[in-house]
Design a protein around this ligand. Structure first.
Ligand code: FAD
Length: 512
C-alpha cells in the first residue's frame, strides 16, 4: 500500500477489467494504488471483436500506439457494417462511419440530395461519402491527402486483454490470481454498507476504497452483493443467446463487419488478419439452440478452427451502475447485442466519465448520481438505435421477424421513423454517438424514403445545387482513386508476423 493513494480494486480481468486497470494506471496512476483480481478458472467472454470509431479516440487519449495495438491483436480496419437481408430478403446496405456530404444549418445534406433526386439528378447517396465507397470497394488508408478517414477496428478480444494487461502491469497495476469467495461490507460509521474488501478462496484478503465490478454477466459486487437491480429490455430486444465460432480466412479481409439477417436471428462475420470470427444471435423464444447452431455452421465461408461456443445473455442495463463505492463496467453494467458493436465503446465512455468524476475524497453520492444519469442517456440511445434496425424490417417469413415488425417500440424510435418518413428530418442522439448519418443510413437502408424534404433546398436552384453537389462527388471520387486495397494497406502498415517456415522444409528447400 502506498500512503496517500486511493486503493482501487478491480474485480475481473476481461476486456472491461484490463481496460480499467490500464486507463486508471495511465492517467491517474500517481494518485492510485491499483489491484486487479481475476480467476483463470472462470475465464472471460472473449468475443468482443468489432468496434466503432470512438475506440480510436480513446486510444489516442491513452497514448496507445496504433500499429503496436494492431499487430498485438491481429486487427484489421473497419469502415462500417454491411447489412444483408434486414429490410427484406435480398436487401443490402452499409452503415458507414463516414460523413455524407455537407449540409447547412437549416437542412441536412441528404435533404439537398433529395431535392436533386426528385429531378433525377444527384447520383447515389454513397457518392458523397468516402468511407462508404471505400467499404464497398474493399479499399482503405488511415488518411488521404489532408483528410483523415473515420474508422474503427476488428480485433482479437483475448489478445486485446493480454495487451492491456502487459501495459497495466508495466505501469504498476498489480494482478492477483484467485476466485472471489466473499465480498465484505463495512458495518460502521458513514461507510456502513460500502464494500471494504474481497476475500479470495486462497485466503488472501484484498482491501480497498473504490471497487470496480468487472465480473461480467455475474455482476458479483454490484448485483449479487449490493443488490442493485437490472432493467430488462427483452421485450424490445428478444435475443438472449449466441453461438460463436472461428474459421480460417478464405479471402482478403474486407474493411467492414457483416451482419447477415437469418430466419432465426442474425449472423456476424468479423475479419481479422489471421482468421474470421463468426456468430449467430438468436432468441430462445423462437428457436432451439441446436437449430441456431446448425444455421451458423451451415453458413460459414471457411473451415472452422474452434468448437462452436454458446453464450447466454439478458439484454438490459444495471439500474445504478455506480452504487456506494462500487462502479460496474462492462457486462456487469449491462448488455446490448453486438449489432452496432457498442459494448467496448460503452466501457470506454464509462471510464472517461469515471476518471472525470473520480471519488478521491471518499464521499461519492453526488458523482454517482451524475455518472448514473449520463450512463442512462447513453445506454438508452444505443438501445433505440439497435431497436430501429429490427423495427424497420418488412420480413414476414418467420415468427422471429414477425415479432419485431409488430412490436411496440420506445417513443423515440417511432417519432424518428414517422418524422423521417413524412419530412426527411433526422437528428443526432443526445450523446452524439449515432449522428445524423448513422440514423439516415439505417432508415434509408431499410427502405424508408421521405415523402417531403425541407424547401430551403430549393433556394440555390437546380443548377447551383447540381454544381455544388457535383464538386462534392468529384472530391470523393478523387480521394477514392488514391486508396489502396485494405489488405495492401495492412501489409504495409501493421502486418502480423508470418508463421515461421518449419525447419525441416526450409532445409529440404535449400538442398537443391
Ligand atoms: P468478462 O469477459 O466475462 O470477464 C469477467 C471477468 O471476471 C473474468 O476475468 C473472470 O475471471 C472474472 N470473474 C468473474 N467472477 C469472478 C470471481 N468470483 N472471482 C474472480 N474473478 C471473477 N463487444 C463489442 O464491443 N463488440 C462486439 O463485437 C461484441 N460482440 C459480442 C458478442 C457476444 C455474443 C457477446 C456475449 C458479447 C459481445 N461483446 C462485444 C461484448 C464484449 O464481449 C464485452 O463487453 C467485453 O468482453 C467485456 O466483458 P467483461 O470484461 O465485462 O466480462
Amino acid at each position: 500500500m502506498n500512503p496517500g493513494k486511493t486503493r482501487v480494486v478491480i474485480a475481473g480481468g476481461g476486456t472491461a477489467g484490463w481496460l480499467t486497470a490500464f486507463s486508471l494506471a495511465k492517467r491517474l496512476g500517481t494518485q492510485l494504488d491499483i489491484t486487479l483480481v481475476e480467476s483463470d478458472l472462470i475465464g472471460t467472454v472473449g468475443v468482443g471483436e468489432a468496434t466503432i470509431p470512438t475506440m480510436k479516440s480513446f486510444h489516442s487519449l491513452m497514448e496507445i500506439d496504433e500499429r503496436e495495438f494492431m499487430v498485438a491483436t491481429q486487427a484489421t480496419f473497419k469502415l462500417g457494417i454491411w447489412f444483408d437481408d434486414w429490410g427484406g430478403i435480398g436487401d443490402k446496405y452499409i452503415h458507414s462511419f463516414g460523413v455524407i456530404g455537407q449540409g447547412s444549418w437549416m437542412a441536412e445534406f441528404h435533404e439537398y440530395w433529395l431535392e436533386l433526386q426528385a429531378q433525377g439528378l444527384g447520383g447515389n447517396l454513397e457518392d458523397y461519402c468516402l468511407e462508404w465507397k471505400a467499404a464497398q470497394q474493399g479499399k482503405f488508408a488511415t488518411q488521404v491527402g489532408k483528410m483523415n478517414l473515420n474508422y474503427a477496428y476488428h480485433l482479437n478480444a483475448t489478445a486485446y486483454a493480454q495487451f492491456l494487461r502487459g501495459k497495466s502491469e508495466a505501469l504498476g497495476a498489480r494482478r492477483v490470481e484467485g476466485k472471489i469467495a466473499k465480498v465484505n461490507l463495512s458495518a460502521q460509521g458513514g461507510n456502513a454498507g460500502n464494500i471494504e474488501s474481497l476475500d479470495l478462496e486462497s485466503g488472501v484478503n484484498v482491501p480497498g476504497e473504490v471497487f470496480i465490478d468487472c465480473t461480467g454477466f455475474r455482476a458479483l459486487l454490484i448485483g449479487e452483493v449490493l443488490g442493485v437491480g437490472y432493467e430488462d429490455w427483452g421485450h424490445w430486444l428478444a435475443a438472449d443467446s449466441a453461438w460463436a465460432v472461428q474459421t480460417e480466412s478464405t479471402q482478403a479481409p474486407p474493411p467492414f463487419t457483416r451482419a447477415m439477417a437469418q430466419p432465426i436471428g442474425w449472423q456476424w462475420r468479423i475479419p481479422l488478419q489471421h482468421r474470421t470470427g463468426n456468430g449467430i444471435v438468436y432468441s430462445s423464444r423462437f428457436c432451439s439452440d441446436d437449430e441456431a447452431r446448425a444455421q451458423l455452421l451451415g453458413n460459414l465461408a471457411g473451415p472452422t478452427i474452434t468448437e462452436p461456443r454458446q453464450l447466454k445473455f439478458r439484454t438490459g442495463r444495471r439500474q445504478q451502475p455506480w452504487h456506494r463505492n462500487c462502479i460496474a463496467l462492462g457486462l456487469a453494467a449491462g448488455f446490448l447485442e453486438p449489432l452496432e458493436s457498442t459494448s467496448i465503446h460503452l466501457i470506454t465512455t464509462a471510464l472517461v466519465r469515471l476518471m472525470r468524476l473520480f471519488p478521491f475524497g471518499g464521499e461519492c453520492e453526488q458523482q454517482a448520481e451524475r455518472f448514473n444519469t449520463e450512463s442512462r442517456f447513453e445506454w438508452e440511445e444505443a438501445r433505440d438505435f439497435i431497436i430501429l434496425h429490427y423495427k424497420l424490417t418488412r420480413r414476414d417469413d418467420t415468427a422471429f421477424w414477425n415479432f419485431y415488425r409488430e412490436m411496440e417500440v420506445p417513443r423515440n424510435v417511432t417519432h424518428r421513423i414517422e418524422i423521417f418518413r413524412k419530412n426527411g428530418y433526422v437528428w443526432p442522439d443526445k450523446v452524439n454517438l449515432f449522428r445524423v448519418d448513422s440514423w439516415l443510413q439505417v432508415l434509408m437502408g431499410q427502405g424508408v424514403f421521405p415523402e417531403r424534404h425541407h424547401r430551403a433546398t430549393r433556394i440555390p436552384g437546380t443548377a447551383g445545387l447540381e454544381e455544388t453537389l457535383g464538386q462534392m462527388r468529384a472530391k470523393v471520387a478523387a480521394n477514392l482513386a488514391q486508396l489502396p486495397d485494405h489488405q495492401a494497406f495492412i501489409d504495409r502498415y501493421c502486418p502480423i508476423p508470418r508463421t515461421p517456415v518449419p525447419v525441416a522444409i526450409a532445409a529440404h528447400g535449400s538442398s537443391r
